[in-house]
Design a protein around this ligand. Structure first.
Ligand SMILES: CCCCCCCCCCCCC/C=C/[C@@H](O)[C@H](COP(=O)(O)O)NC(=O)CCCCCCCCCCCCCCC
Ligand SMILES: Nc1ncnc2c1ncn2[C@@H]1O[C@H](COP(=O)(O)OP(=O)(O)O)[C@@H](O)[C@H]1O
Ligand SMILES: [Ca+2]
Length: 572
């Protein structure tokens, strides 16, 4: 039964009179001057009310200034255009109303509370918060306690906070500990920390569903707990690409009002390794090398990527490989259609209907995706491209971030069940610089003769025939044999043996995180040959192998976000 939540009366803010109206979905107030003329109206969707308190209340520091029995204070989401070129910043607005009587005040507060309950039902009440104290500029703890916790408290959210003491603590907690009673998980950190939490959540969901996540053919179950991201990392790409800004208060407000944004996830498989998941970047070649190089310069903080990017650019490497991909339906969208995935995106909404056609989400997802993928696994429809590449990148979303406001693939969609595969062939260094530089402006980085981009559902990358990768154990034992043989520092291998053992040694070193031998691999100035293989950058984590199979799982996780809001539509 629909409760009548409509209420209208005069209210006062200081000495000014306002006409206040609650329609159920919206709460609005309009200043009325002495001649009864209406002036500016503020309209707030009920779903964007943050909190409601009797009396006159301040936060930061939180105190009740004056608890008069005719007053109430409303906290709500207020938008402002960000300094950058992209999304909208959210701040909290606060207004104190005075009523003609205590009875009217109580009527307003009870109506507003009832409207909130009816029209904003999916707000979290209890959250599990993980803070990485070492992410980005190491300010995670401070950001959470000074900017976020007071807002959660105001909104009546209780949180269990864990400041991590080691890498993968959050992942292990999510895999093993009791999560009952929590409505969502909050990640205070960067993309690496988000990745850890995502791995924990996806793993836990599959465990509970009795599914083997390492099996490429298994259709994974979507996670039911939402993830909130408070940006406190180096790239903050997942936050930036799903909210439009990397601002802790904006993200906290999206969490409080229980926004929901589904997100595609790519699973990356290798025969001998556990599955890894990626949302922002699976990159071989340039981005793999940048990440590997940057690990040596972690002390530089976020700048390590720029420094390493510069160094790797100078090394001007390219790598041989064969890429196979399964194109997505070109009638639905294309990576070069010049559209942007914005809040309420119709391509993503249609995908939701396609991915989850019935009301019981889990059953329908399972049957639909299984049949879809079975046909995907046949070679029918797959396309292959061989060559030498400066980079092979795959992203499930635009991957916009402060470094690249439109992102790796500006027209990619957050939740359409596809990802964009970007192939950059060997080219003149200046051409590659042009490609990179276009990421920082609105110029089309795909409009270059050595670049191609494909919207795909799955892909795989292999080394050229005859150069396939052995298992890591094989490589390690071969590398050990090789080291024994190399007691004399002379350059004595024939070029074929050299490149083969060289590439295997590199992978072995990289697998162990040992980059120190990189230069000495090619015994001095007489051998200036570049390394034959690179590694994968999986959302900021090194995957120490070359051959990989990737598959997109549509809308596998949900974030407390709503996509990027259209500036023109939202700021009046
Ligand atoms: C000439 C300017 C070139 C600017 C090129 C910008 C490309 C930016 C693409 C960014 C994609 C980001 C995808 C996200 C990846 C993150 O998951 C992941 C982990 O993040 P976390 O540490 O916060 O946990 N981040 C990364 O792997 C970092 C990748 C960043 C690559 C930056 C490369 C900078 C390149 C500078 C080249 C300079 C060449 C100058 C030659 C004269
Ligand atoms: N307490 C900790 N000590 C060391 N590493 C941690 C800790 N907590 C999380 N990590 C790891 O730190 C890595 C980087 O974290 P992230 O928050 O993404 O920062 P950044 O954006 O600067 O890389 C993540 O892979 C995460 O697993
Ligand atoms: Ca997508």
């Amino acid at each position: 039964m629909e409760i009548d939540l409509r209420l209208e009366s005069s209210l006062w803010v200081g000495k000014k009179r306002y006409k206040a109206v609650l329609t159920g979905w919206h709460f609005q107030w309009t200043e009325v001057d002495k001649n009864n003329r209406e002036k500016k109206t503020t309209l707030v969707p009920v779903s964007e009310l943050i909190a409601l308190e009797k009396g006159q209340v301040e936060i930061l520091p939180r105190k009740s200034v004056e608890d008069t029995d005719k007053d109430f204070t409303v906290f709500y989401v207020k938008r402002s255009s960000s300094g950058g070129s992209y999304g909208l910043l959210w701040q909290f607005g606060r207004i104190q109303f005075s009523c003609a009587s205590r009875a009217l005040r109580d009527q307003w507060t009870s109506h507003l509370r009832a409207a909130l309950k009816t029209h904003s039902p999916s707000r979290p009440h209890r959250l599990l918060v993980f803070i990485n104290p070492y992410g980005g500029k190491k300010k995670g703890r401070n950001i959470y306690h000074s900017l976020v916790a007071p807002l959660f408290e105001l909104a009546g959210i209780t949180s269990h906070v864990i400041v991590t003491e080691r890498a993968n603590q959050a992942r292990d907690h999510l895999l093993k500990k009791d999560l009952s009673g929590f409505d969502g998980v909050v990640c205070v950190g960067g993309d690496g920390m988000f990745s850890e939490i995502m791995h924990g959540m996806i793993g836990r969901t599959q465990q509970e569903a009795g599914l083997s996540e390492n099996d490429l053919n298994v259709t994974l179950q979507p996670c039911h707990l939402h993830i909130g991201i408070i940006p406190a990392g180096s790239t903050d790409c997942v936050c930036f690409a799903t909210v439009g800004v990397n601002d802790p208060v904006t993200s906290a407000l999206h969490i409080i009002i229980g926004d929901s944004q589904p997100l595609d996830v790519c699973s990356a498989h290798h025969p001998t390794e556990p599955v890894r998941y990626s949302v922002s970047l699976l990159g071989y070649g340039f981005y793999g090398d940048v990440l590997a190089e940057s690990e040596r310069h972690r002390w530089m903080g976020p700048l390590r990527y720029d420094f390493s990017g510069f160094m790797v650019y100078l090394s001007s490497r390219s790598y041989a490989g064969v890429v196979h991909y399964l194109p997505a339906d070109p009638l639905l969208s294309s990576p070069r259609d010049n559209t942007r995935c914005l809040s309420g995106c119709s391509v993503c909404s249609k995908s939701t209907e396609r991915l989850f056609p019935h009301s019981t989400v889990s059953e329908s997802v399972h049957s639909f995706q299984c049949s879809q993928y079975r046909s995907d696994r046949s070679e029918a429809g797959w396309v292959s491209v061989a060559g030498r590449f400066r980079c092979v990148s795959f992203t499930c979303m635009s991957s916009s971030c402060p470094r690249s406001p439109l992102g790796l693939s500006p027209s990619a969609h957050l939740a359409d069940g596809t990802g964009d595969l970007i192939l950059v062939r060997e080219s003149h260094p200046l051409g590659f610089l042009k490609f990179l530089h276009r990421h920082t402006s609105s110029e089309d980085q795909f409009d270059l003769p050595f670049v191609e981009v494909h919207r795909v559902k799955a892909f795989r990358f292999s080394l050229p025939p005859g150069e396939e990768e052995d298992s890591l154990e094989d490589m390690e034992s071969e590398a050990a044999r090789e080291r024994e043989n190399q007691e004399s520092p002379q350059c004595r291998m024939d070029s074929e043996t050299k490149s083969r053992t060289g590439s295997e040694q590199q992978l072995t070193d990289r697998a162990k995180g040992d980059w120190s031998r990189e230069k000495s691999l090619f015994c001095g100035p007489c051998c200036t040959e570049a390394p034959a293989v690179s590694v994968w950058n999986c959302d900021g984590e090194i995957l120490p192998f070359s051959e990989i199979q990737g598959r997109v799982h549509g809308q596998l996780v949900h974030l407390y976000a709503r996509g990027i809001e259209d500036k023109a539509a939202c700021v009046g």
